[in-house]
Design a protein around this ligand. Sequence first.
Ligand SMILES: [Zn+2]
Ligand SMILES: [Zn+2]
Ligand SMILES: [Zn+2]
Ligand SMILES: [Zn+2]
Length: 371
Amino acid sequence: MSTGSAACPCAVALYGYQHAPTEALTELYYCEECCSLRCNDCIAWEVSCTYCPHCLFEVPNTSVRAQKARCSRTCFECPMCMHVLSIVGSDPPRRDMPLTAPEASIGVEPFYLSCACCRWDSKRLGLVAEKPNDLGSVLDAMERSAWPTETWEHLVEHMLERRLPPPPPMSRSLAKHVARVERCPGLVRHDMARVSTLAQRWTVQPCEQSYAVSALRPRRVALQCKYSKRCATCRHILVRPEPRSSAFKIKLLASHFLPQCVVFRGAHGLWTLVLTNPLMDAMDVTLRCVAGDVSAQHIQVPAHVDVLDMDEDSGAPGSDWDAFQHGTKTHRNHAYLSVRVHPSTSVLVVQIQWQSAAYRPHTFWMHIPLS
Ligand SMILES: [Zn+2]
Ligand SMILES: [Zn+2]
Ligand SMILES: [Zn+2]
Ligand SMILES: [Zn+2]
């Protein structure tokens, strides 16, 4: 069984209908205003809201810049393995209490950050606080003292204004020295074990993280965005997420409108093409195969019926299904057609025009692999 994928008109215009890249209908959108398919390359993206992926707290757009796109609550990432850190308390001082006593499971100050994945903890940096919520301010103070942020920002502005010429190429003697150091594997291996990797430094400004692994500081979790998507031609909204939920207010996926195509290998060298109607109205479909003969060029696919409303008798295929070898047949919201293609054809290219009572005619190209 092979499922077809559709080509967006923007890709067809660039590459032609036979060579255009295709995507599944669940990856494409359908604009009801333009009556056209849209892909991620021909829509307009807008930031709908910004949130922390760990605590799911939504940050107002006006605060994102001030927070440097990082969560301002107690969400921190491990500097070694990038997992989210837990805030843990120290063990109680009295060790003679029974393990089942409630006091035995209460952490006391000082509180610190601990990674459950790689066992890193912030005590080695001196990052501890009397209250769990104070860890963020302790980290901020530590960063301010470790690196003169304001001076650095002024320096960057100054350098950008002056636009200094690029540095001169490496001199011959320096190049020789670098090559000699690189040829000495023992020295490099010994040093690299204690030097932080680029991935560990790159998560914040690389100059703000230490080269020494032992001095790497945890970072606040980076914020993420939910996007709204609009048709770039008519500005009709195609996707709009719910503000405080993982659901969507609007999501006009192409699979909710366009007929889906699936191909089975049939008897006598024929292929069976199955069209599925996702709409609540009957759909008129006109097919044009580029390199194949289809048993019917026009067919009406019945409306999609809710499973709860289905008649039990109509659910089971009748005995006349055994006789279906070529020709057409409709069953529930599916239409079955026979297709004869040349044995050397590997992809069935079909032009499909569909319309229903609620939707104007729309034509698109679908590629179905024959395998
Ligand atoms: Zn497109
Ligand atoms: Zn957070
Ligand atoms: Zn870790
Ligand atoms: Zn549109």
